[in-house]
Design a binder for this molecule. Structure first.
Ligand code: MN
Length: 667
């Protein structure tokens, strides 16, 4: 075990930024990891322990707190050793357990295919499952070390891992603003995906290195002298472009590598924002700037918080030089992105820094900006990007994206129509769940099928996706004609309500179903609003109908249509009659439409489903069977805007049973 002692000693030296007690705790974890991984070896033949130690070191470089470092040291113990979550929790507490478990769960993800969309799904998935951003940072460090040691794997495996890295993990690092990890992951991916191109760039860069460095020395001297004259203390860095960005430029221009003009890069670091602009003036004084190449990311920071001035100038011998000017603090943000804030805002405090504590650097961000991440990414990504979707696993670890609110029925039909049609029960994380239960992010969903199981008409109400609904409808139509009218939603024919001695003279339409949300729609009598109301069961008034109220004894106001023929049979109607009016509680958002459809069982759930998709709400509605063949109905719905309303109507028009659907004026 001498070998281990040497490794652990070396690791101890890296821990200087941490307090004594923190250091001891970290070392305890390191020793435990060493005994747990024991004789396990990496593909390189090295002891496995090297891997968690290196991963932890990467995170130390990102200034993460000691809990994250401990979790990094233990990140593989749940997957690769006999240790259980309970043991881990007993030894290092809940927080570490949650971090390690989060990282372990991510490694369960299996990409089905490597399409861009799949990569995007997985990326969203990662964010969805990481309740704590440190989980993602540990995973990135894990990937980085694996990529650094990729040469020891078989070529086929290398390519697969490198491809996944380029699709998912490098952009993830970019979104978090950790540019050095992003760059290194991209370069390493390129090395294994396009070994020839990589070599070509490598040769080209090294051939020019000497020539470049002489040239850059001249440039540096000129800047240093002028800055000294202006009494500004600066630090200068020659900036080598990373290989992958050269590769991208080659692909974009399609031209030979020599024509890629902005390979010469200089970075000037100073202390204040004022100095940045002063230095910009100095640089433009020495060399003329190229038009259209100046960017002020100090005034307008990138969405991941990146700030800097960029300019390109015509340097000596007509060569173009790309110059970045920024303060030291901006530089730390540029290099370490989101992680920079752990250190510089809170230091190595014991207090756990929650992502929501991270200050919003830039209000002018658009998430679409793929140049980088939003610093308050949990707020933005979770609330914006993930607001409409959830991500669940199959038992094999495949990621399935479903709309929010989806149930096991949606999941089953997503897997396969036959799985849906024979779905008997479902399990989420090994627990049986009801089929109408909303699925939650990151659950592992298992569908239990049986040969004699078959869809039930109620499933139409459980299903959130149009795919599942149309499959269920299809099955019902094919297999069970009796179900075409869903009896559960047919309102029983009620004899005319009270005080009525004779049946209705004319046959009135009987509603199949009526809803009225009393929180959204009301009846007003003069200025009196809080009336106890009931809708008359004889004439079923609906919004827009002229109405009249009848003050009953102890049952509130019964609202009839003004032309209800029963008035004549209610003996004290005239005495007890009051004027009433319809009133929507949110008249602005309310929209109304009219439907004609063939007799079908699930028009109501179709309408409700279409509304849910746009976060709308059914305020009131009624379907009537006028001829025994056709349904007529009016619906009042609440939707945020006209555009969504049009989309809802459009989607309802695609239902085969719908003959006609038209918006109508609100009253
Ligand atoms: Mn690992």
């Amino acid at each position: 075990m001498q070998e281990f002692d040497a490794l652990l000693n070396e690791f101890t030296k890296e821990l200087s930024p941490y307090k004594k007690a923190e250091k001891e705790y970290i070392l305890e974890a390191a020793h435990w990891a060493s005994s747990l991984h024991g004789k396990q070896k990496r593909a390189s033949g090295d002891p496995y322990l090297i891997h968690p130690l290196r991963v932890a070191e990467i995170l130390i470089k990102l200034y993460l707190d000691y809990n994250a470092i401990i979790a990094a040291l233990l990140h593989d113990v749940l997957e690769d050793t006999e240790v259980t979550r309970t043991e881990l929790r007993k030894k290092f507490g809940k927080e570490i357990e949650a971090l390690v478990n989060g990282v372990t769960k991510i490694s369960l993800i299996r990409a089905k295919s490597k399409t861009v969309q799949e990569a995007e799904t997985i990326r969203k998935m990662l964010f969805a499952m990481a309740r704590d951003v440190r989980v993602i940072l540990i995973k990135l460090a894990d990937k980085l070390h694996n990529m650094r040691t990729l040469e020891y794997l078989q070529p086929e495996k290398r390519k697969k891992i490198a491809g996944e890295c380029l699709d998912i993990y490098a952009p993830l690092a970019g979104r978090l603003g950790i540019s050095w990890i992003k760059n290194e992951l991209e370069d390493l991916s390129l090395k294994y995906l396009q070994p020839e191109v990589f070599k070509q760039i490598q040769i080209w860069v090294s051939e020019r290195h000497k020539q470049h460095s002489q040239y850059l020395a001249r440039v540096k001297k000129a800047i240093t002298d002028m800055a000294a004259e202006a009494k500004i203390k600066i630090q200068l860095e020659a900036r080598a472009k990373h290989f992958y960005s050269i590769y991208k430029k080659m692909k974009k221009t399609g031209g030979p590598i020599d024509e890629i003009y902005d390979l010469l890069g200089i970075r000037i670091l100073c202390s204040t924002v004022g100095e940045c602009y002063e230095l910009l003036g100095i640089v433009h004084n020495i060399w003329p700037p190229i038009e259209g190449r100046f960017k002020d990311y100090i005034a307008m920071a990138k969405s991941n918080g990146y700030q800097s001035l960029h300019t390109t100038v015509m340097g000596y011998d007509g060569k173009l030089i790309e110059i970045q000017i920024r303060t030291h603090e901006m530089h730390r943000t540029a290099e370490n992105g989101i992680a920079a804030h752990w250190l510089y805002k809170k230091g190595f405090s014991k207090e756990i820094v929650r992502p929501e504590d991270i200050p919003i650097i830039n209000q002018l961000k658009s998430w679409e900006d793929t140049r980088g991440a939003s610093i308050e990414f949990l707020d933005e990504i979770k609330q914006e990007l993930l607001k409409d979707s959830i991500y669940v696993f199959t038992p094999k670890g495949e990621v399935i994206e479903l709309p929010k609110g989806s149930t096991a029925v949606d999941f089953a039909y997503h897997i396969h129509t036959e799985v849906g049609n024979h779905c008997m029960a479902a399990k989420a994380d090994d627990m049986i769940i009801p089929l109408n239960k909303e699925l939650k992010n990151t659950q592992v969903i298992e569908i239990i099928t049986a040969n004699n199981a078959r869809p039930h008409v109620n499933w139409l109400r459980y299903a959130r996706t149009s795919r599942a609904r149309s499959k269920i409808r299809h099955w019902l139509n094919q297999n069970d004609a009796n179900l075409i009218i869903d009896r559960s939603i047919v309102v029983k024919k009620t004899p005319v309500v009270t005080h009525v001695h004779k049946p209705l003279k004319e046959k009135k339409q009987q509603p199949l179903k009526q809803v009225l949300d009393k929180s959204k729609i009301g009846i007003r009598s003069g200025n009196e609003r809080n009336l106890m109301i009931r809708i008359a069961q004889c004439c079923h008034p609906t919004i827009g109908d002229a109405i009249i109220g009848y003050v009953s004894r102890g049952r509130g106001i019964i609202v009839h249509r003004a032309d209800c023929p029963n008035q004549a049979y209610i003996k004290d109607f005239k005495e007890r009659m009051i004027d009433v009016e319809w009133e929507t509680v949110s008249p602005k958002a309310a929209k109304r439409f009219k439907v004609t459809a063939k007799l079908t069982s699930d028009l109501f759930s179709e309408i409700e489903g279409a509304l849910r998709k746009f976060r709308g709400h059914l305020i009131e509605g009624k379907l009537e069977d006028s001829t025994g063949e056709t349904l007529n109905g009016f619906f009042t719905v609440e939707l945020d805007n006209q555009e969504d309303f049009s989309k809802v109507l459009k989607s309802l028009r695609t239902i085969p049973a719908v003959v006609n659907i038209q918006p109508v004026q609100m009253f």
